[in-house]
Design a protein around this ligand. Sequence first.
Ligand SMILES: Nc1ncnc2c1ncn2[C@@H]1O[C@H](COP(=O)(O)OP(=O)(O)OP(=O)(O)O)[C@@H](O)[C@H]1O
Ligand SMILES: [Mg+2]
Length: 125
Amino acid sequence: MPDAGLGPAVEMVAARVPVRVDVAVTSDRYPPAVEATAYFVVSEALANVTKHADASRAGVTVASVGEHLQVEVCDDGRGGADPVRGSGLSGLRDRVLAVGGTLHLESVPGAGTVVRVDLPCGATT
Ligand SMILES: Nc1ncnc2c1ncn2[C@@H]1O[C@H](COP(=O)(O)OP(=O)(O)OP(=O)(O)O)[C@@H](O)[C@H]1O
Ligand SMILES: [Mg+2]
């Protein structure tokens, strides 16, 4: 990840997605392991939008929520994502769990996809 922080890094990934991606990323800084995990989540989720979703738009939000960093990647595509069909989503879950976070996937067929990850940030002020 470029050292300029998550915002510019996410913008670079979003620019490679062939549909409009609305990006909103906090400018706060977090420990490197947290930022790297957040970046990895956005990269894989947006790769999935490009490969699988057939979406007309997507969105990325990275926000401070209490003492957690919440990462959300959504699209309005076909839904029906299933971690057993690949290694990307299950790898994400492993990586998120390894830093004490949680991953929640909402992907009803026909109703788009939301990947929501919650990462504890540790006490850095
Ligand atoms: N945003 C999405 N919209 C629709 N389907 C999705 C989306 N993301 C994932 N999927 C479906 O869920 C499956 C599992 O996704 P996953 O990322 O785990 O694997 P992959 O992208 O197929 O392969 P890999 O990530 O290992 O290169 C995909 O094969 C695809 O069928
Ligand atoms: Mg994938």
